[in-house]
Every structure is written in structure tokens, then in C-alpha cells.
Design a protein. Sequence first.
Length: 423
Amino acid sequence: MDDLVVVGAGPYGLSIAAHAAAAGLRVRVLGRAMASWRDHMPEGMFLKSEPWSSSLSAPGGRHTLAEYCATRGIAAEHGSPLPIGTFSAYGLWFARQAGPEVEERTVTAVTPHGAGFRIGTAEGPPLFSRTVVLAVGVMPFVNLPATLGELPPGHCSHSSAHRDLGRFAGQDVAVLGAGQAALETAALLAEAGARPTLIARRHRLNWNTVPQPLQRPLLRSLRDPHSGLGTGWRSWVWSELPWAVRRLPAPTRERIAATALGPAGAWWLRERFERQVPVLLGHTLHRAVPVGGRTLLGLTTAAGESVVREVGHVIAATGFTPDLGRLELLDAGLRAALRTVGEAGRTPELNPWFESSYPGLFFAGLLTAPSFGPSMRFVHGAGFAAGKLVAGVRRRLGARVPPPGSAGRRAADDQDDLSTVQR
């Protein structure tokens, strides 16, 4: 039996596995490494966060993005956006360097089993582990507006469904949303030969400003500090003090997670976007009707006027909504029994070590934002999460985990191997 099985191999899963392996835990990590970044983001996208705040986490600060780029002659500089492809390749390199080999298995079920868990997969016999962390990323939580739910296949999609936007060349495409994903998707569509229009409920678009230099006078740095999530004291708190966010009242935490660091475009995208993408701001989608191979969109302006727009395709760049109910791989009875945060009860209540109310079941990533704040929506939050979570796993396992390399560890591993064969 393993000490820990990590379900998910994105930045959070890989970081947790690296910390767990370094702590001497018998750990396995299941999933497709960097899947969201490799499979669900269009070619040509760039990383919005600064390179220095985008490293995965390993003990001792090793295997950073800067180290990876330096060994390959790639510039990773403050104020210079980095291609998503480079970041994906870095994640794969990190996985090879920092932790156990990623097993590309599709987890189908996580169920209680004795004092631990049974992890079913599509590719082979089940695994058994004393503890489990669900670091499943964002893809289970795709948010598609209900208005689009009745459209036939092929009429609409989520922005995460596309690697190659060239398929829309020559088509009229409506892009819904006002955040970075919507703005960059629209710009890439235009550059691929499509005719995009951005449609948003907001009355204006927000754009991040050009980042301030890292080296600044002391007074200016104190007034507007840098952080992994941007400049300013609020961003610094969300970025550097997730433990303090967790101590706030639950309604306050939920509000912060939902509203802090809201939709905004990267400064380096603004000129590309504005010169080639028309926008309809203050427009709310209330109806979507298929007409042959095209779609009629019924929109309502802020003044209450009705507008109809005919397009060839609709791309909803409307983000992701954390919701335990969508986590179908987790045993339904266990999922229903978990204590949750807030009236809606969509996310798990977690202790300071990211452990849920069910002993040994841990969470990481988007589902933890209402507990630890908005940093859990970004790569930067993986460092804090990995360190605290692995400490929580060791705390849960207690004296049952001998030190790495010890006779006790070897004996425990041999006994687990025997148990697995007998099972």
C-alpha cells in the first residue's frame, strides 16, 4: 500500500509529489503531465504571470523555471511574456527531475477502503493508498453558460476545447467573456483568419498595466510591493499569506475567492487585441438558437434593447467554477458526507493542511480557493500548498511512516508488496 497517491499531474500535483518524495513518502502520481497546458490551450498563447513567479515547487527551491530556461538559452525575464509551450515543456522537465515518474493513468474512482483508499483506473488493476490528494486541475469545472446548453454539438464550445484555432479561419466567431482567456482567444482567432467579436456583460475591459521594475527605490517598493500575483498590498496578501486568508470568516473567504484578481487582460496583449477585434460591451446573452449550421444570439444591452447577432460558432471563455458535485471520480457517498464551505456547499472545508473532513483525503488547486484564497487559482500557489499538504499527510500517517532509507521503511515496503500480491 502506498503512503500517498496524487491524482492529477499539473503544477499542483507535480509539486506535491516532489515534496512527498523528498519527505520519504511512498508516493505515486497519476495523470497526464501538464495536461491542461498541453492539450487545452491554443498554440500561440503566452503565460500571463511573470516567469519568476511561475515555478513549480520542489524542496530547497530547486528545478525552477529560470533554471530550465537558462540551460536552454531561453530568455525568462521580468516584463517579457513566456510562451505557453515553453512553460509546458518546463513542467515535463520538472516531472522528470523532481519526483516519481508520472503514471499516465485515468483515475475512474476514489473510494474508501479500510483505513485508506482504493483508486480505480481505466488502465489496470486498482491501487491502494493510505492517503489521497485530488489535484485534478480545472478541467472538471468548465463553466459553460446555461443559455448555450441547448445548442447542438458543433455550434458552441468552451475556450479550453481548442489547441488549434485555425479551424475557424473565414468564420464569424462570437467570444463570450472579458478575461485574459477571452481576450487572447479573440486575438488569436483574428490572427488565424477568423472574424471574431468579443461579447461581454461588463461595460469596460480591464487591462493590467506594464509591470514595475523589480529593482525600485525602497519607498516605492513599500508603497506598492511586488508579489507572485501582481503589485500592491492586497495582491501581496493573497499571494504570500494564504494561511491568514484561511483564518477569515467563511463568507469573507468565499467573497475574496470569487472577486479578487478579477477578469483583466495582460498589458502586452492590448494593442494586438484592439487593432483587430470588435467588441460588444454591456451585452447580456439571453438566448441562443441554431439556424442550420449557424447560431442566432439574442443579446440584451444595458439599456434593455434587444440585439440579434448571427455567427458561425460561439466560444465561451467563461472560466471554471469549483464544484464538488462535478468531481464524479470521488465516491458519491463520501462526496456527500464531506463538510463544505458556504451555503452553496460546492467546495470542501479544509483544515490548515488541506485535509478534508474525511481523514486522509486531501485537496489541492481550484477547489481550495474558498479556503485559502485566490492564490490557489494560480501556479504561484502550488509552493504553499505542496509544503503544507505534505506536512499534513505526514501528520496523518504519523509514526506509521519510517524515515526514508531505513530498515523500517524497507520492511514496510516489502510488507505492502506482499499484501498487494495476496490481494
